[in-house]
Ligand binder design. Structure first.
Ligand code: SF4
Length: 342
């Protein structure tokens, strides 16, 4: 098991629940817009949020942002260690740096001194695009990825800093899996899992589900980010679904049949219309196109509907409890879900 590291009010690692992370895409120094996006992320289920800190205005903005949000904030810094120090002093709960691009040892030493003083953990790690040159020629890509991350870990350890989170990410699923397996055989710091530059929506869902899902099932990984190009809120929805489907987090789900020539209702539309509502429950709701197979197939659901000629049969635990006309299907489902929640 990994050791636990505290990020603000949350612990990651050490057997604590897997947390979901995302990153804002607003200008961090635009405090109002950044707060607004973080609130939306939080409402969607984000546990820890990361913001880019490219300049001092952004580092200083963390102080004002923190006053308005309830989740830990991670400052993402490249190149300038002074930005990391400023971010810590402004209240960042974790720092994400790449020591390799911070430069001279004394700069790392200065940063580590402040991180120790404020008891702020540091995430280090490597992406496939930022491998250390000497490792690229010495190892295969996967080992170079993992060794680049371990090099950074050892830098911090030499300074007697152990409040570390590690990430090793590639846009290639297999490389990410193998590099993380390599890491956990050698150190016990908590692991931040993700497929980097995973791509646009559908591509990222597939890659992240396979890569993150595989590792989590093997007991590897303590916090996750599903990286999707575009609106970060979608990252949270997918991450939640991923954890729920692995039984690592409670949450409701809508199961729906793929439809066929027997379907009597618009399964996709009905399933979509109730999905958000169901997600915040512990219910499984089945939306099935017909009664021929639907009731049997959906019998494990807490609530289900199966299409009939004139509307739908509502069933609970495999038994029909009533039938409704087509125009009342949504209202009926809504009522049943609300009743089951209360
Ligand atoms: S539940 Fe009915 S409509 Fe849906 S796939 Fe099965 S047979 Fe077809």
């Amino acid at each position: 098991m990994s050791k636990a590291v505290r990020i603000g009010k949350i612990f990651i690692g050490g057997g604590n629940p897997i947390t979901i992370q995302s990153m804002t895409n607003t200008d961090t120094s635009d405090v109002e817009r950044t707060i607004q996006q973080i609130k939306m992320l939080q409402e969607a289920g984000c546990d820890i949020v990361r913001v880019a800190v490219p300049d001092f205005d952004s580092a200083k903005a963390i102080k004002s942002i923190k006053d308005h949000i309830d989740i830990p904030i991670v400052a993402d810094i490249h190149f300038d260690h002074r930005l990391a120090i400023e971010a810590i002093k402004s209240g960042a709960d974790k720092i994400r740096i790449n020591p390799g691009n911070i430069g001279e040892d004394w700069k790392i030493e200065e940063l580590v001194k402040v991180a120790k003083e404020f008891q702020i953990p540091i995430r280090v790690g490597s992406n496939i695009g930022s491998l250390r040159k000497e490792f690229e020629s010495r190892y295969d890509r996967t080992t170079a990825l993992a060794e680049s991350a371990l090099y950074e870990v050892r830098l911090l350890e030499r300074l007697e800093f152990f409040d570390i989170v590690i990430s090793v990410k590639s846009s290639d699923v297999i490389e990410t899996i193998k590099a993380n397996e390599y890491i956990v055989q050698r150190v016990d710091y908590p692991i931040h899992l993700g497929i980097t530059e995973a791509g646009i929506y559908e591509t990222s869902i597939v890659k992240s589900s396979v890569g993150i899902g595989y590792l989590l099932l093997k007991g590897i990984g303590d916090t996750i980010r599903v990286s999707i190009a575009g609106d970060p809120i979608r990252e949270i929805y997918i991450a939640r679904k991923l954890l729920v489907s692995l039984h690592l987090r409670k949450g409701g789900q809508v199961i729906a049949c793929p439809t066929c020539a027997r379907s009597e209702i618009d399964v996709e539309e009905i399933a979509k219309s109730i999905e958000t509502l169901v997600e915040n429950t512990d219910l499984t709701v089945a939306v099935m196109g017909c009664v021929v197979n639907g009731i049997g197939e959906g019998r494990h659901a807490d609530i289900g509907i199966a299409g009939t000629k004139g509307g739908a049969a509502i069933f609970k635990e495999g038994r029909i409890i009533k039938t409704v006309k087509k125009e009342y299907i949504y209202d009926e489902l809504l009522n049943l879900i609300k009743k089951s929640r209360s």
